[in-house]
Design a protein around this ligand. Structure first.
Ligand SMILES: Nc1ncnc2c1ncn2[C@@H]1O[C@H](COP(=O)(O)OP(=O)(O)O)[C@@H](O)[C@H]1O
Ligand SMILES: [Mg+2]
Length: 309
């Protein structure tokens, strides 16, 4: 029998469906993960084995094959642990396979069976809802997934709670949507003496969403002026907050799964590499430019940036 459960892979900000198929077949005991797994995904075998041990379950002494389809798409990250474990539990007849088929799952497993937070839960939740599935995610990320209205979210602290939920012994409560708590007040333009023209330029840039290049001798107050720009910008509206939070969810910078409501202010150091600034690379992560989306990207000491010259 082949048990199936859904999960996702990320390509930039795009979410791609991944089907996790688990087969337990007679043969020499083995546990193989195929379907272009990277190192972290390959190692998930050991975490899944450990987590099942913590449940008091041993892997059956048979030939276990986990296939991550489509097989030609590179899979990276640690969020495949949970779907692999759930697929395995379904193949072992511990969990009802039909019920699991209605969910997408993502999460990293600890050896004691706890489910650790992963990045990208918000885009995964939106994707799951679009495909009329529920979402199984780490408890710490439940606040992100709960923003998707009408989505059934199982935010489980551990594999044990999840098994109990599916077997009807315990119910996992739906998570509450979380938003960033009120942060301390932003820096104020009032701190700047004089510099009326510069302040006016800053206000015009903030109002019109323009770029601003400041030139002047050291100590003239350029950095001081620039760091006060976020205080002039309006708060994010609901759609913008979602857009920005998606990017930060992928980068794994949302604290406690809480959505952002303040415009990002990014000031990368001038020694930052080109991939750090614009993102990309083999493990495509949002760079500083993307992280500053709808906010401020402050390149202090602009001529020193090696990546820009
Ligand atoms: N117009 C001003 N009002 C108040 N403090 C100022 C002003 N201009 C400069 N300063 C002081 O000088 C310091 C250095 O300014 P800074 O913004 O680092 O200059 P720059 O980036 O142009 O080299 C600031 O931290 C601030 O204490
Ligand atoms: Mg400066």
């Amino acid at each position: 029998m082949v048990a199936r459960i859904n999960t996702v892979a990320f390509q930039g900000i795009d979410v791609v469906d991944v089907d996790v198929q688990v087969q337990i077949a007679p043969g020499l005991p083995a546990f193989a993960v195929v379907g272009l797994p990277d190192k972290a995904v390959g190692e998930s075998r050991e975490r899944v084995r450990g987590a099942l041990n913590a449940l008091g379950l041993a892997l059956p002494p048979k030939r276990i094959t986990v296939n991550l389809a489509p097989a030609d798409l590179a899979k990276e990250g640690s969020h495949f642990d949970l779907p692999i474990a759930l697929g395995l539990l379904a193949a072992m007849d511990v969990l009802p396979a039909e019920e699991l088929a209605g969910f997408a799952a993502l999460g990293e497993l600890a050896l004691d069976g706890r489910i650790s937070p992963v990045s990208g839960v918000l885009p995964a939740a939106i994707h799951a809802h679009g495909h009329e599935r529920g979402l199984v995610c780490p408890a710490a990320c439940g606040g992100e997934a709960a923003w998707v209205k009408g989505l059934e979210v199982l935010a489980a602290p551990s594999l044990m709670e999840l098994v109990n939920h599916f077997r009807g012994a315990q119910v996992i409560a739906a998570p509450e949507p979380r938003i960033e708590p009120d942060a301390p007040a932003l820096l104020d333009l009032a701190d700047i003496k004089g510099q009326e023209t510069a302040k006016r330029a800053l206000e015009i840039a903030a109002a019109g969403g323009h770029n601003l290049l400041m030139v002047g001798p050291p100590g003239a107050g350029k950095s001081m002026l620039a760091s006060r720009l976020p205080g002039l910008l309006p708060p994010l509206d609901a759609a913008e907050a979602l857009e920005v939070s998606m990017i930060h969810s992928l980068a794994g910078t949302l604290s406690d799964g809480a959505l952002l409501r303040r415009r990002p202010f990014r000031d990368p150091h001038h020694s930052a590499s080109l991939p750090a600034l614009i993102g990309g690379g083999p493990r495509a992560r949002p760079g500083e430019v993307s992280l500053a989306h709808l906010g401020v990207l402050f390149l202090d000491e602009l001529p020193e940036f090696a990546g820009i010259r």
